[in-house]
Design a protein around this ligand. Structure first.
Ligand code: DMJ
Length: 614
């Protein structure tokens, strides 16, 4: 790492004690100084007084006109602050906030970005990386500490005018095709089964409609959006004797309703969100405050799942963005308090280098000895540490610190490279101890989250990790004949193995999941590197080729064979709520309107305004 000692202040030279000029105007040569001193002594008293008066006038004028325009001391790095930032200061042209450790003062300042974010943010060249010097450091964006609430004016709407290029039009066409199948065969039900021309119900909440609302709004599909709105108004019922999963319902339904409220300004969606939020509250009635996984909307009683006494760590820590937003929108603090209590509680539990086991007992409040992974059941614990910190205007330090600690843990304990081609992957620790070279597709959310973190001032080497990991995630698609990724990939660490990636028959399915496309969007959005768009386009075409069926899109049973894809007859709501939305964002010519400086996206790709305080 190249370091240099910064020059703060002026070079000081010895001067006579009564000398009126500041040291900086002195020549450094002793003869020159003597000459000046002699000339001063040769002046008459009147001349000296006039001189002094003139100097005093100059100083007064400087104080009045120049000083107010200088940066405040809060925004000027002190030498010690600078040293603390050494090595993390130059982040692809984005400097971490110099107010990193300070509480915000005064009212929030609005964001004024003169350029799209990505113009100020690009990957380091190899040389720059070696020296930790970014050439566009000088025109970096100094992100304000606080985000903006885009809806500070009541009912202000953003107008979305639809696709602007052929790739976006192709994505909208895909959405319309999926929506048409859903409308015809599964309207009001949770998911479409496009091959058997029927539906699947999980929670009986019309999941596909609600998950799709903001996607339609953004794509400018007004007619479809209005039909969906009418269904929400007239047919969406939350009562009834049925169990629902707290996490899934929160990210998809509560998240979908709140996001649509924010984008459209239509209060119907907030009213419905509040109705649902109140029904979810019994989940928190446990001795530790860590919620149960399930709640019955009819009996209003919560309980663990039938198969397990424990709750899933990622589930109980992935409801906070939504509950906080509900509190901020309604003025009722209960939702935020109960959900954030969980985060605060888990913050205090012992961890393995910031990493957590995937199960936690809601009665004892203790982790169960279990797998450590950033894949299934672990993933969004890490995602919501960062996103909650951003949502609350970067004011809650423990969220940032726990996030940073966890990424160090990932680097130390979970990152490895495959053989023979040196692909970086993130494995798991079975029982928190034994390394397994296994990576879920779910884990491919991580490059996007890492890039988002770096954008907000996290250490720059997180971006290199994001780049390398996203390359591997893309390879899990590109290596298959269908150009679609399996659910799980194993990595070879032996010298004599020929293939870096191994896919077991039981893991070779593809559920139309979004995580890789999500990360492609973040990386394109934040770096402007169009390679990520090209990779996304290839994946999109593969979905078109192998998942598109007459009445929608179907998950695949086998990505390893073009001849035998074994369609599974299921289109999950996240295909419309997330996968197609991220494709649309990835191919967008406008990376400003839905910028990560304005919104934080929840785990289901729903938009939440960034608040200005804790
Ligand atoms: C989505 O429901 C969410 O992204 C969740 O956080 C993880 N799983 C699915 C998509 O794969």
């Amino acid at each position: 790492m190249g370091t240099s000692t910064p020059q703060w202040g002026f070079t000081s030279v010895p001067v006579p004690p009564d000398f009126p000029y500041p040291a900086t105007v002195l020549g450094s040569e002793p003869n020159q100084r003597k000459r000046l001193w002699r000339r001063w002594n040769q002046l008459s008293r009147f001349q000296r007084n006039t001189c002094l008066l003139f100097m005093a006038l100059l100083i007064t004028l400087s104080i009045l006109f120049v000083l107010p325009n200088l940066p405040t001391t809060a925004s000027l790095p002190s030498p010690s602050r600078n040293e603390a930032l050494e090595g993390s200061e130059i982040v692809q042209g984005i400097k971490p906030s110099l107010e990193y450790e300070r509480e915000p003062e005064g009212p929030p300042k609005p964001i004024t970005l003169s350029k799209p974010v990505h113009e100020n943010f690009r990957p380091l060249t190899k040389e720059e990386e070696a020296n930790h010097v970014g050439e566009n450091e000088k025109d970096s964006v100094n992100l304000p500490r606080n985000g903006i609430d885009p809806f500070s004016k009541k009912n202000q709407k953003i107008v979305f005018t639809g696709p602007t290029n052929h790739r976006q039009r192709a994505v909208v066409d895909a959405f319309s095709h999926a929506w048409q199948g859903y409308k015809t065969y599964a309207w009001g039900h949770d998911h479409l089964r496009p091959i058997s021309q029927t539906y699947n119900d999980w929670f009986h909440l019309g999941l596909t409609i609600i998950d799709s609302l903001d996607t339609m709004y953004i794509m400018g599909l007004d007619k479809d959006f209005n039909e969906a709105r009418s269904w929400v108004k007239d047919s969406l019922q939350f009562n009834g004797n049925r169990d629902i999963n707290l996490f899934e319902t929160t990210i998809r339904v509560l998240g979908g309703l709140l996001s649509t409220y924010h984008l459209s300004g239509d209060k119907l969606f907030l009213d419905k969100a509040l109705e649902l939020g109140l029904l979810l509250l019994p989940s928190f009635k446990t001795s530790s405050g860590v919620p149960y996984s399930d709640v019955n909307l009819g009996t209003k009683k919560a309980h663990p799942p039938k198969w397990n006494a424990d709750s899933t760590t990622s589930e109980v820590t992935t409801i906070q963005l939504e509950f906080r937003d509900l509190s901020r929108c309604t003025g009722d603090p209960t939702f935020e308090e109960l959900s954030f209590r969980v985060s605060k509680f888990i913050h205090k539990l012992p961890k393995t280098e910031g990493l957590v086991p995937i199960f936690i007992n809601p009665n004892t409040g203790q982790f169960r000895k279990s797998t450590i992974t950033l894949g299934a059941r672990g993933d969004s614990y890490y995602e919501y540490l960062l996103k909650q910190w951003i949502q609350t205007g970067r004011t809650i330090d423990f969220l940032r610190d726990d996030y940073n600690a966890s990424i160090s843990g990932v680097k130390n304990l979970l990152v490895r490279h495959s053989k023979p081609n040196n692909l970086l992957f993130v494995g798991e620790l079975i029982n928190g101890m034994d390394f397994k070279a296994k990576m879920d597709h779910l884990l491919c959310f991580l490059p996007g989250t890492l890039a988002l973190g770096v954008h907000y001032g996290m250490p720059p080497d997180h971006l290199r990790l994001a780049e390398d990991l996203l390359y591997t995630c893309y390879q899990t698609y590109a290596a298959q004949p269908t150009h679609l990724a399996p659910e799980i990939t194993y990595f070879n660490e032996d010298d004599d193995g020929d293939n870096d990636m191994i896919v077991k028959p039981a893991d070779s399915h593809n559920l139309l999941r979004p995580e890789t496309v999500e990360s492609l969007w973040y990386m394109y959005h934040l770096t402007g590197n169009t390679t990520y768009q090209e990779w996304g386009w290839k994946i999109f075409q593969a979905f078109e080729k192998f998942a598109r069926v007459e009445n929608g899109y179907s998950s695949l049973g086998n990505v390893k064979s073009i001849a035998e894809t074994k369609l599974r007859d299921m289109m999950e709501s996240f295909f419309l709520g997330e996968t197609l939305k991220y494709f649309y964002l990835l191919f967008s010519d406008d990376q400003k309107t839905l910028s990560v400086d304005r919104y934080v996206l929840n785990s289901e790709a729903h938009f939440f305004p960034i608040h200005t305080s804790r």
